[in-house]
Design a binder for this molecule. Structure first.
Ligand code: SF4
Length: 76
């Protein structure tokens, strides 16, 4: 399994993560920031979700392409 962590407050809404994994990331029409689909808010404005291993490749690409480096992945 993989834990994905998103520091949403620092998101600039560039859409790079959506292009890499559109089933997991979506830009909000309300504030222009990206939302981690299925994510739950933790303290400090971090959102996390646990997903299956097969999502690793696309979400790793999302993390790599994020210009402000606010997406982290961990195998758990
Ligand atoms: S790639 Fe990073 S900055 Fe760009 S929309 Fe996704 S989380 Fe936000």
């Amino acid at each position: 399994m993989i834990r994905i962590i998103h520091q949403r407050a620092k998101c600039i809404g560039c859409n790079a993560c959506v292009e890499a994994a559109d089933y997991r990331w979506r830009v909000s029409h309300k504030d222009g920031k990206c939302t981690l689909v299925g994510g739950e808010e933790r303290n400090g404005g971090f959102y996390t979700v646990v997903v299956d291993d097969h999502e690793w490749e696309e979400n790793e690409l999302a993390a790599k392409n994020c210009p402000v480096k606010i997406i982290k992945l961990h195998r758990i």
